[in-house]
Design a protein around this ligand. Structure first.
Ligand code: UDP
Length: 333
């Protein structure tokens, strides 16, 4: 297939492109480079530099490159920022998706795999989370993605043969095996890269956002899925698209607390990460981990890289060799 990847210069998009190409498909990369990195773009693939919500330019790219399928990653993904600046999220994530869907309809492209999130479930009454639990986000990031899912459902209903899969990711972590691409947000807010920054002195310490949650050690629990496993889930989902709207959780099926992640990082790096207990971060549910049995049952995907220490080690491999030009938190490792 010829696949348009939006958010191609971002963390997950850049990893997905490698797996998609390895599976024998052709990629066209799209990104507005507002938060992605030119260096992360795939060599030898056409690059369209534009906003995903720019429906005319996206339509033209879909037609020019005879695209069969779109993998849609382009989005902002920081929960705390979404609470402070909700409209930024509705514009970029929801409105961006609206523009993309309009462009796809105008170009007659009917296959879409969407980067959704477990944040659409909000604070579920029970764990693990399965796909039929109510979706009731507790932050604008989650809503911005749920509105996108809603539009996709409606398009699938209205347009014959439109096929869409929403993959609801849990917490994505780690880097490509060769350490050549990885996670690099500016500012960085995600737990594992923040720990690595603190380990090299690029920030003083990690703030643990709350230790008074109703969890065994009081810190939040999340399901950390390796980015290459997640990328493989996209390949499978893309290759097995069927008309209509489908949705799957993508996680490893159990969680780690923030304190467990700190302990695992200590094991991998051989020294204690400096941390302090801070206030809760608005919008954080206490516990999120996946029941990922539906995607295994229906698409045959299952997380392979489930050892959190190996995931942190792969993130560290990337962190140590990130090339010049990538943002850093102040000092190079
Ligand atoms: N977290 C933390 N300190 C940080 C960053 C994250 O304690 O500097 C916690 C956060 O409250 C959450 C977990 O680590 O419980 C994972 O947060 P992250 O931002 O990595 O992903 P999210 O769960 O928001 O998608």
């Amino acid at each position: 297939m010829k696949v348009l990847v939006t958010g191609a210069a971002g963390y997950i998009g850049s990893h997905a492109i490698r797996r998609v190409r390895n599976a024998g498909h052709d990629v066209v990369a799209l990104d507005n480079l507002s938060r992605g990195h030119r260096e992360a773009l795939p060599a030898g693939a056409p690059f369209v530099e534009c906003d995903v919500g720019d429906r005319e330019r996206v339509r033209a790219a879909l037609v020019e490159h005879r695209i069969d399928c779109v993998l849609h990653f382009a989005a902002f993904a920081a929960v705390g920022e979404s609470v402070r600046e909700p409209l930024l999220y509705y514009r970029n994530n929801t409105n961006g998706t609206l523009g993309l869907l309009e462009a796809m309809q105008a170009a007659g492209v009917k296959r879409l795999v969407f980067s959704s999130t477990c944040a659409t479930y909000g604070e579920p009454a029970a764990m693990p989370i399965h796909e039929e639990m109510p979706q009731s986000p507790i932050n604008p990031y989650g809503w911005s993605k749920l509105f996108s899912e809603r539009m996709m459902r409606d398009v699938c209903h209205a347009v014959p043969d439109f096929s869409c899969v929403a993959l609801r990711y849990f917490n994505v972590a780690g880097s490509a095996e060769d350490g050549s691409i990885g996670e690099d947000h500016e500012p960085e807010t995600h737990l594992i890269p923040v720990i690595l920054q603190a380990m090299v002195g690029a920030r003083d310490k990690i703030s643990v956002f709350g230790d008074d949650y109703p969890t065994p050690d009081g810190t939040c629990i999340r399901d950390y899925v390796h980015v290459d496993d997640l990328a493989d889930a996209h390949v499978v989902a893309m290759e097995r698209l069927k008309p209509g709207f489908a949705y799957y959780n993508v996680g490893i099926g159990h969680g780690h607390s923030v304190k467990e992640i700190l302990a695992a990082a200590e094991q991998v790096l051989g020294k204690k990460p400096p941390y302090e207990i801070a206030a809760r971060r608005p919008g954080d549910p206490p516990e999120l981990y996946a029941d990922a049995s539906k995607i295994e049952r229906e698409l045959g995907w299952r997380a392979q890289r489930t050892d959190i220490r190996a995931t942190i080690k792969s993130a560290w491999a990337w962190f140590q060799r990130r090339p010049r030009g990538y943002a850093t938190a102040g000092k190079s490792p």
